[in-house]
Design a protein around this ligand. Structure first.
Ligand SMILES: Cc1cc2nc3c(=O)[nH]c(=O)nc-3n(C[C@H](O)[C@H](O)[C@H](O)COP(=O)(O)O)c2cc1C
Length: 223
């Protein structure tokens, strides 16, 4: 797949076909994606791939935590967004809720939508990216995890697979740890769900907008 096509066509997919993704393909994706550059080639990523019963247990565990009123306990710092960043978050929610037919005041359906994220969008497989806690999460290490995250998502497209980067999947790290045995010494950073896209799923039709290049780029030294 052409690299420009891949970058332009990648989008977050929140509804998947039930078809499983073979271990062989998941391995090939990771074999390619681990070519991602990293700070001084430190390669801070550790990747746990989940499917089948383990993934179902994580979904169930997350929903039990939510139902019990437990507060999400992510291992990365979460600070609520403000200003234009908050506005973009709201715009995304409005788009998705419109597509899903969820009214703004419908708390039940909004909660159901949130649960879907904690069920890892019912995807047939997911990657959990973690890094050793000896690595400082305020430095370039997180940038490296971000870089491989995007590389995984782009590589997946080559196999007809789609992804959704999500932190919801690792917001209850104790649940993920219970079923994957990711050691306490590793910080869970991000989850990527993966599977064959269900194009009939309404939220998959979302078209997120980007700021025009000229709003985010400063040109220096050009005539
Ligand atoms: C670090 C990160 C965390 C994200 N977490 C979530 C999440 O928890 N739930 C979700 O539905 N989408 C999540 N997303 C997906 C974003 O909402 C999505 O990338 C953004 O709206 C742009 O849309 P696109 O991916 O379709 O281009 C996350 C994306 C990133 C990069």
């Amino acid at each position: 797949m052409d690299i420009i096509d891949a970058i332009r066509s990648r989008k977050s997919i929140r509804g998947y076909k039930t078809a499983p993704v073979s271990k062989g393909i998941l391995r090939e994706i990771l074999d390619v994606a681990t070519h991602t550059p990293s700070t001084l080639n430190t390669q801070p990523w550790e990747i746990t791939v989940v499917t089948g019963e383990v993934l179902d247990n994580i979904r169930q565990g997350n929903i039990e935590m939510l139902s019990s009123g437990a507060t999400p306990n992510p291992e990365t710092i979460y600070k609520p967004f403000e200003g234009k960043y908050k506005q973009r978050q709201v715009d995304l929610a409005i788009q998705i809720f419109n597509l899903m037919g969820i009214a703004r005041e419908d708390k039940v359906k909004r909660a159901e939508w949130m649960q879907r994220g904690f069920r890892l969008f019912d995807a047939p497989a997911a990657f959990i990216l973690s890094m050793d806690k000896s690595l400082d999460e305020s430095t370039l290490n997180l940038l490296d995890i971000g870089a491989i995250t995007q590389t995984i998502c782009l590589t997946a497209l080559n196999y007809g697979l789609s992804t959704c980067i999500n932190d919801q999947g690792v917001m209850f790290p104790e649940v993920v740890r219970r079923f994957t045995h990711i050691p306490e010494s590793r910080r869970m950073v991000i989850c990527i769900t993966i599977g064959y896209p269900d194009w009939d799923f309404p939220a998959n039709k979302v078209e997120t907008k980007r700021e025009p290049v000229d709003n985010v780029v400063t040109w220096c030294g050009f005539n």
